[in-house]
Design a protein around this ligand. Structure first.
Ligand code: CP
Ligand code: NVA
Length: 302
């Protein structure tokens, strides 16, 4: 039966660790310039209803390196943008390509696409989740800290798709997560209660320093995600102080690493000094999107 990659909680620890093992292997093979055509002759359709730099480039390059081909399809130049229903797009795409990566607004639309497609569907970001980013983030932690399940993770900022994905990751892998958001910008209650039922160790606060104290992995994201641009001004007010800066690093573990999925708004959610400083691993993290997604595609589409 085909499997999709929509949400981390659909996968077991063993399955996700197998993806990390394959990532390590594919990354090493690529660095040695050894061919690794695990998807020779296969095609990935990439549907984009939101902007992207990393996701688009890493999936397209990744597919090429695996011996396959990727098609960039944006809503503005396909019939999706003119209202063709997702259920028709799903069935048509299933007859042309071997896998679909989609970036869109509604997570329910991606679930519908997956239900109606005969081929694997990969979530390249919805308003609710960004699971490929989480896999790259965790792989980066593995590279820098080895024992990623015994680190304390801290999220400072918006309770957005990335925060929801960290909650899922904490629920699946069992690590300690602390989330600091402004009042009114907490993560999705449904995501929180599912994690609670799964026994996740997560604390929620409105105090960034409390969340960061002693933490080994610090993480943040823009104050206004794609689709929320018109809230930027109001959010700038609400999010003052929800920033990874020198003061936050002073209370965190002295060996901490700093993640950011990028794009970053310097001196809003993170200072220029921190993102360019010695604790920041954001470009390793961005690179790992390529390696992790190759492993995800190979796992689903081989
Ligand atoms: N982190 C991330 O998904 O980046 P893009 O929006 O550039 O794809
Ligand atoms: N939370 C951000 C992530 C971008 C990769 C957004 O959805 O815009």
């Amino acid at each position: 039966m085909k499997k999709d990659f929509l949400c981390l909680t659909d996968w077991t620890v063993a399955e996700l660790e197998a993806i990390f093992d394959l990532t390590r292997d594919l990354k090493a093979r690529q660095k040695r310039q050894e061919s690794h055509h695990l998807l020779k002759g296969k095609t990935l359709g990439m549907l984009f209803e939101k902007s992207s730099t990393r996701t688009r480039v890493s999936f397209e390059v990744g597919m090429y390196q695996l011996g396959g081909h990727a098609l960039f399809l944006s809503s503005s130049t396909t019939q999706m943008g003119r209202g063709e229903p997702i259920k028709d797009t799903a069935r048509v795409m299933s007859r042309y390509v071997d896998g679909i990566m989609i970036r869109t607004f509604s997570h329910a639309a991606v679930e519908e696409l997956a239900r109606l497609s005969d081929i694997p569907v990969i979530n390249g970001l919805t308003d609710s989740f960004h699971p490929c980013q989480l896999m790259a983030d965790l792989f980066t932690v593995i590279e820098h800290k080895q024992d990623y399940r015994n680190q304390t993770y801290c999220w400072i900022g918006d309770g957005n798709n990335m925060a929801n994905s960290w909650i899922n990751a904490a629920a699946v892998f069992g690590f300690e997560l602390r989330i600091a958001t402004p009042v009114g910008y907490e993560p999705d209650p449904g995501v929180r209660s599912r994690a609670e039922r799964m026994g996740a160790r997560i604390t929620y606060t409105n105090d960034p320093l409390q969340a960061a104290r002693g933490a080994q992995v610090l993480n943040t994201d823009v104050w206004a995600s794609m689709g929320r641009e018109q809230e930027q001004k109001a959010r700038e007010k609400a999010f003052t102080g929800f920033q990874i800066n020198r003061e936050v690093l002073e209370v965190a573990d002295p060996e901490c690493i700093v993640l950011h999925c990028l794009p970053a708004h310097r001196d809003e959610e993170i200072t220029d000094e921190v993102i360019e400083g010695p604790h920041s691993v954001v470009f390793d993290e961005a690179e790992n999107r390529l390696h992790v997604q190759k492993a995800i595609m190979a796992t689903l589409m081989k």
